[in-house]
Design a protein around this ligand. Structure first.
Ligand code: HEC
Ligand code: HEC
Length: 432
């Protein structure tokens, strides 16, 4: 450190001297200075005040502007709300869409015919003409004599069957009014070409259907004029539903809502649920629950109440995998066969159902059961002389659609090897 503090001493002494002079001057001019200072201050305050008031007036103006704007927006909004909620203004005249329907158009829609013949168009037709039109337009499905081809509806006969368990209900035997036949045929037949029959053709066809039912002679002509005179065979076979007057009152009683039985007991269990296949899905059509072997439920009560299934015994791991004893395997096979039962029969008197019978399967040529209509993949297997052995069967049953591409057997397959072994053993036991 080279500079010693004492070199500042002369400088301090000098400063003190100057301050002393300044003090003397200030105290002499005290009054005039104070006034000047106050005047300056006054000027400053006045400037501040005028700036503040200017700012305030600008702000007030801005506020007024905003208030005006808010009022405008509010007015617009309430006008909009009013326009949305107000009832639609009345409009003079139409919208200029559409035109009144012509009489012809109304008539074309108004085709219904009533039992007394109201609604029938003018015209007529005879049995002879009817036979020709029927042969051309209807016989392909309903047969030349209205007897019905395959499963197409029969239109004639069945008169003495109405009281049977399976009555043949035809236009002749069952329909109470002729107008229904006329209206139905004119409206909806020929199937797929509805609305193509003329009125005269329809009269003629209906006359022919009556003739096919032995209800008229071959020279009969049906016209609008004689239509209402014709009484159908089953005209009085229907009764008016008078249950509201006759019966409802007898059924009506205050329902019991509490303590309606003295004693409660289980009378039934949902036994079908026990057999619901765990996989669900497409296998569910294979739900093996069937009426066979299930308890019967009558008014007297159930034949028995099935016990809850016993808990499976714990699996004991053995050193070597042992084949289950044959009876067990057969039992298991019978159980698996429940999945096939809906389509296949096996055993004495087994017939073809939706699948061929499965007697003597192992060693049998594929697709070879007489009288069963196989898919082409099975027909091809037959041509090649392929034989069912255990391996082929297991592969097929594991994935039918993969093993026999295009097979019509709709079965998703057996997933477990145990099931495959069991069903094979089971089917083998039906050697032939
Ligand atoms: C392509 C086949 C086919 C042709 C052609 C056809 N029909 Fe039909 N017809 C049907 C079928 C299918 C039904 C049943 C329709 C239904 O139940 O909805 C039926 C029903 C009827 C019925 C009602 C039968 C009943 O007891 O319920 C009458 C009547 C009838 N047809 C008359 C005629 C006449 C008359 C013609 C010719 C102008 C004709 N059909 C042409 C297929 C045909
Ligand atoms: C939904 C019906 C259905 C079910 C379920 C069904 N099958 Fe089939 N099965 C058929 C039909 C249909 C055929 C004929 C296949 C073809 O022609 O493509 C067939 C064919 C077979 C064949 C070939 C027979 C022959 O003559 O070559 C065997 C084997 C067979 N099924 C076994 C079974 C077994 C075992 C089960 C049960 C695990 C079963 N099927 C379940 C419908 C079924």
């Amino acid at each position: 450190m080279s500079k010693s503090p004492n070199i500042f001493i002369p400088a301090l002494a000098g400063t003190a001297g100057i301050l002393g002079v300044a003090f003397a001057v200030t105290s002499r001019d005290y009054g005039a200075d104070k006034i000047r200072a106050l005047e300056t201050r006054m000027g400053q305050v006045e400037a501040q005040a005028s700036a503040a008031s200017e700012k305030a007036s600008v702000e007030a103006q801005r506020a007024a502007e905003l208030e005006l704007k808010i009022a405008e927006v509010q007015a617009a909004a309430s006008q909009r709300v009013a326009s949305l909620t107000a009832p639609a203004p009345a409009v003079e005249g139409t919208y200029g869409i559409g035109r009144p329907a012509l009489d012809e158009e109304v008539a074309a829609w108004d085709v219904d015919v009533l039992p007394d013949g109201r609604g029938l168009p003018a015209g007529g037709g005879d049995v002879f003409t009817g036979e020709e039109v029927f042969a051309e337009k209807c016989a392909s499905c309903h047969g030349d004599f209205a007897e019905g081809v395959d499963n197409w509806p029969v239109l004639a006969g069945g008169f003495d069957t109405l009281a049977d368990e399976d009555p043949v209900k035809t236009v002749g035997s069952y329909w109470p009014y002729l107008s229904t036949a006329w209206d139905y045929i004119h409206r909806s037949m020929p199937f797929g070409e509805a609305g193509t029959l003329t009125a005269d053709e329809t009269y003629a066809i209906v006359a022919y259907i009556l003739y096919s039912n032995d209800l008229v002679d071959d020279n009969f002509e049906l016209t609008r004029e004689n239509f209402a005179d014709f009484n159908m065979y089953n005209m009085d076979g229907f009764t008016v539903d008078d249950r509201p007057e006759q019966e409802y009152a007898a059924w009506r009683a205050e329902p019991c809502m509490e303590n309606c039985k003295d004693e409660v007991q289980v009378t039934m269990r949902s036994v079908f649920l026990v057999d619901t296949p765990p996989e669900g899905g497409s296998d569910s059509v294979m739900n093996p629950a069937s009426i066979d072997g299930l308890p019967s439920f009558t008014a007297a009560g159930p034949s028995f109440i099935p016990e809850a299934a016993p808990k499976p015994a714990p699996v004991v791991q053995k050193a070597a995998v042992t084949q289950p004893a044959a009876p067990d395997l057969m039992e298991a096979g019978e159980k698996v066969f429940k999945k096939c039962k809906a389509c296949h029969q096996v055993g004495e008197g087994a017939k073809n159902r939706s699948g061929p019978h499965l007697n003597g399967l192992i060693g049998r040529t594929m697709g070879s059961v007489d009288g069963f209509a196989y898919s082409s993949v099975f027909a091809a297997a037959l041509d090649e002389g392929r034989i069912w052995d255990e391996a082929a069967l297991a592969e097929f049953l594991a994935k039918p659609k993969t093993y026999m591409k295009g097979t019509k057997m709709s079965f998703s397959g057996l997933k477990k090897d145990e099931d495959l072994a069991a069903i094979t053993a089971y089917l083998k036991s039906y050697g032939e």
